[in-house]
Design a binder for this molecule. Structure first.
Ligand code: URA
Length: 485
């Protein structure tokens, strides 16, 4: 038996060197036992003679190296052996990774996905607390990752909070940023993390402000923000009372809404032609969830560097309408959801007036990261440029393929550019369906933020009516296609 001791749980270089030497010495996977320094040695196994210095060479697909680098951060102690077995088999079959049903390929892919999901959760749920304000401020957060992701996730915080010295403490390892470099130290107990400070109030009022009782979906919310993270989130203490009060608050919102009676709403029945087979809901759900996970790590343009997270589309998997906006704003960037800020409230109101139920449409953006310039404490929105729109288009295309809506509503110039594939003036093209060569039917209209920016109340009211009118045309297109079917 060959015992390989790696320096740490995340020692990918050590694993790679050892795996190469083992494979070149024709050591089969069953003859290797992997461990991490500090673990007790296997007492009863005969130890194999030392390996010969590796002679010769072999290659594996670059995709394997990328996958292994991430999967090795999984907490499963079998991962080193599993990766070596896959490497061993790849030498004989270079195309093995393309066989998604192969159990080694599936296991490693699932592990890599779990690691990426954990990284994404860490980006979203780390909350810093300020300590030592009297001398020199330092920001400290406590986090309990599932996998060995601290070193992977730390550069995000260094970019995002470049000007503030911080430490992220975890039971596994701790990461520290002094404004110049990241350092890693051993893990600590939770009792070493600070518990409360003035930032807590900020998080709590922010969370209460983006909580929309009318759109409350407890299960979906718990999926995005699983309970295990709640104990370290200052805003968590609000979740229960907000959920409990949601019914009351939503009724009050309805009671306070415009006094004009609602027009009778026609139910938008799915057309037979595009019937989103009820027997396949999981396929759609998985598709979008997989895309969301992949997009969480998108590095296709530099916007990911400063944004908090990828804000992917969300909504009904059976949606017949897909609404496309420009890019997430400040509130969306923090919440990780599209159209939850002021533009989202304007959109909700207009959809409601147009007889479109937001819970039945799919809402997304042409660009999935928030682009901004910092101005003091404020992050000022910046319009995405053409390379950024192009780099992000792959996600829109894949959302389109997964949802297969009957109509795409492109709101504003950026969405129109992405959806139609060219710069398109809004006023000339708005309000009537445009059929694209690939079969997509598109309706162009203004962006709800445009309405918010109009300084003149009269213009705002008339532009709002036109916007609602465009959305009614969208609803009408669906009704027609339902009749034609
Ligand atoms: N504006 C957008 O285009 N999208 C959002 O999600 C929010 C504001």
């Amino acid at each position: 038996m060959h015992f390989i001791t790696l320096d740490s749980e995340t020692d990918f270089d050590g694993w790679r060197k050892a795996a190469r030497a083992l494979a070149l010495n024709d050591v089969t996977p069953s003859e290797v036992s992997w461990r991490v320094a500090g673990a007790s040695p296997e007492l009863f196994e005969p130890i194999a003679p030392p390996l010969e210095p590796p002679q010769g060479t072999f290659s594996v697909p670059a995709k394997f190296v990328e996958l292994a680098e991430i999967a090795i951060l999984h907490h499963n102690p079998e991962r080193f052996a599993l990766l070596y077995r896959l490497l061993w088999r790849l030498r004989g079959n270079h195309d093995l990774l393309a066989i998604a049903t192969d159990s080694d390929v599936a296991d490693v892919t699932t592990m890599a996905r779990a690691v990426r999901r954990d990284e994404h959760k860490m980006h979203a749920f780390v909350r810093f607390r300020e300590i030592g304000r009297e001398q020199k401020s330092h920001f400290v957060a406590w986090f309990e990752p599932e996998h060995h992701i601290v070193e992977l996730a730390a550069p995000f915080f260094a970019r995002r909070f470049a000007d503030m010295p911080w430490s992220i403490l975890t039971p596994d390892v701790c990461a520290h940023w002094d404004g110049h470099a990241i350092s890693i130290t051993p893990g600590v107990a939770k009792s070493e993390a600070p518990t409360a400070d003035r930032l807590e109030g900020t998080w709590r009022s922010y969370y209460a402000s983006i909580f929309n009782p009318a759109r409350l979906k407890v299960q979906a919310m718990q999926k995005e923000m699983p309970r295990k993270y709640w104990r370290n989130l200052p805003e968590a203490s609000l979740i229960k009372p907000l959920i409990e009060g949601a019914g009351r608050t939503a009724s009050a919102m309805i009671a306070n809404a415009a006094s004009e009676p609602h027009k009778p709403q026609k139910r938008l029945e799915p057309s037979k032609a595009s019937d989103k087979a009820d027997d396949m809901p999981h396929k759609h759900a998985d598709d979008i969830e997989t895309l969301r996970e992949e997009a969480a790590n998108c590095r296709a343009c530099p916007l990911y560097k400063n944004a908090t997270q990828t804000v992917f589309g969300e909504g009904a998997q059976t949606a017949r309408i897909m609404l496309v906006g420009e890019q997430p704003g400040d509130k969306e960037d923090l919440a990780g959801k599209p159209f939850v800020g002021p533009a989202g409230q304007m959109l909700d109101r207009a959809l409601d007036e147009a007889g479109i139920d937001r819970s039945k449409v799919y809402v997304t953006n042409a660009v999935k990261h928030f682009k901004f310039v910092p101005r003091g404490k404020i992050r000022l929105h910046q319009k995405p440029n053409t390379p950024e729109i192009r780099a992000c288009r792959q996600w829109y295309e894949r959302e389109l393929a997964a949802i297969k809506p009957e109509l795409v509503v492109a709101m504003g110039a950026t969405a129109a550019q992405s959806v139609l594939g060219k710069i398109t003036p809004i006023n000339k093209n708005r309000g009537h369906p445009i059929d694209l060569d690939d079969g997509t039917r598109v309706l162009v209209t203004v962006h709800p933020s445009y309405l918010l920016r109009l300084p003149d109340a009269e213009a705002r009211a008339s532009e709002y009516r036109r916007f609602v009118q465009d959305l009614k045309i969208a609803a009408g297109v669906l009704r027609k296609s339902a009749h034609a079917a």
